[in-house]
Design a protein around this ligand. Structure first.
Ligand code: GLN
Length: 477
């Protein structure tokens, strides 16, 4: 059941909010055994605020977002026993609206990965087909929704980590404009790219959760205070879309992901069928080419690895991170090496490469150039968005990869990264909307718009959900 319908029923006195919690824990445990969704389950809590916006709605939270008195591991052995003493701002806002945090979801270690397979706690399975990856790094949050356990969850997206799992598990996901959702309490991977965002089984729930978590936060100086107020999104979450939204909507269809040498032809063909549908409903669709998009993964990884090498320096076992040997008994090199060994292979690879990139002589050659290329990509995307309302791509141009996929085979991962990381590099909002859900080849669309214009993404998303994909209607039936 959609959270928005559940909340309306409570308001009308048709159901009791406590009902949702009864029997819920058994279901969570059963689904978790099948898909490895949660790293830590919260104790059942009936003391949530009554008569608020999210009263009684079960919500899952990615395990790189800190939760007071609830273990937060980032799926790493380094933080295996870390129990935070405070809530992230987004968690605080959910709790004050009566939402019930049911547990912390599995993910790629420190959000580094695209398949959900770098977790110290083992991979999450895709509820659509358990032999496939659900996509990463917000793998557990996506699986919690896709398996029907929760209507909504929080994820984080540095280079596609909300949108890829959404695309591969047939749910909705939004990476908000950079600065629109507080990062206070999000464990940093790459600060200038990281954003927390909502994931949900319905576009209406996605908007509701977004309305609750968004907005200025005095604890995060990068948040912005001059945008559409949260009340607007909350109110609209209970409303149908503007019926005329498709008429004269200007859509730039990005060419590069469609002709990428690793793109899957069947996925691209099905996606194009839906693009024709958009046109049939009145949208004006034109193909646009931005060749720099093909280089976006390289720009992204240089910046992200550099940031990561600096952000993860704090897990030395002194102030943060598990301590396996004591500094008193060992010399410093030995101490440092033994504690840092706790990181998984992918995290180590990124720290090493990031440190190399930032070292004297190489900084100008790699980091500086990546920053300049990032600025150029920003300009090119914004030039397109000055002429069009949205840029459209598939949510993923390949079908979900098998769980045992060799992640060092980068070409197929680059095909997806290139269409996803562009929104992070330019700080733009991007939504993934499922078009068709099947066991092996779910199809979705990604829409990117100008900064601070999430409202148009939700409007188009609702229209597609109700009239073009018909998934919302199936959900209600
Ligand atoms: N797949 C990308 C990476 O491996 C994205 C990760 C993310 O968004 N956190 O870095």
């Amino acid at each position: 059941m959609r959270a928005v319908d559940f909340l309306l029923s409570i308001k009308r006195g048709e159901i009791d909010d406590v009902k949702l919690i009864e029997g819920f824990r058994e279901r969570v445990i059963a689904e978790d055994e099948k898909y490895n969704i949660f790293i830590t389950l919260a104790e059942p809590d009936e003391a949530f605020h009554r008569k608020r916006l999210l009263s009684g709605v079960p919500i899952a939270v990615k395990d790189n977002i800190v939760t007071k008195n609830l273990r937060t591991t980032c799926a790493s052995q380094v933080l295996e026993n870390f129990v935070p003493s405070y809530d992230a701002t987004v968690v605080e806002r959910i709790k004050s609206e009566g939402g019930v945090i049911v547990g912390k979801t599995n993910m790629d270690e420190f959000a580094m990965g695209a398949l959900g397979t770098t977790s110290y706690f083992g991979p999450t399975r895709n509820p659509l087909n358990p032999s496939l990856s659900p996509g990463g790094s917000s793998s557990g949050s996506a699986a919690a929704i896709s398996s029907g356990l929760v209507p909504m969850a929080l994820g984080s997206d540095t280079g596609g980590s909300i949108r890829l799992p959404a695309a591969w598990t047939g749910i909705y996901g939004l990476k908000p404009t950079y600065g629109l959702v507080s990062r206070y309490g999000l464990v940093s991977y790459s600060d200038s790219l990281d954003q927390i965002g909502p994931m949900a089984s319905s576009i209406f729930d996605l908007e509701l959760l977004f309305g609750v978590i968004m907005g200025w936060d005095e604890k995060d100086p990068t948040t912005y205070d001059k945008h559409v107020p949260s009340e607007v999104f909350i109110k609209r979450a209970f409303m149908n879309p503007d019926p005329h939204i498709m008429r004269n909507l200007r859509v730039a269809l990005l060419k590069e992901p469609l002709v990428h040498e690793d793109a899957d032809q069947k996925v691209v063909d099905r996606f194009m069928d839906y693009v024709s549908e958009l046109e049939a409903y009145g949208a004006v669709v034109e193909e646009v080419s931005i060749p720099l998009v093909n280089k976006a993964p390289q720009i992204y990884y240089v910046i992200a690895f550099s940031d990561a090498s600096s952000n993860l320096a704090r897990y030395s076992g002194l102030l943060y991170g598990k301590r396996v040997v004591d500094v008193i008994d060992t010399d410093w090199d030995e101490y440092y090496m033994r504690n840092r060994k706790l990181f998984g292979w992918e995290v180590k690879r990124r720290i090493l490469l990031g440190s190399f990139i930032l070292s004297a002589g190489y900084y100008e050659m790699y980091y500086d150039r990546a920053l300049r290329a990032r600025a150029k990509l920003y300009d090119e995307l914004n030039k397109v968005l000055a002429k069009y309302d949205v840029i459209a791509t598939p949510g993923s141009n390949i079908p979900p990869l098998p769980l045992d996929f060799d992640a060092s085979d980068l070409s197929r991962l680059n095909a997806i990264d290139s269409l996803l990381v562009i929104a992070n590099l330019a700080g733009l909002p991007a939504i993934v909307i499922p078009l068709e859900v099947s066991t092996n080849t779910p199809i979705s669309i990604q829409l990117i718009s100008q900064k601070w214009s999430e409202d148009i993404l939700f409007e188009i998303g609702k229209y597609i959900a109700l009239y073009i994909s018909k998934l919302e209607r199936e959900l209600e039936a």
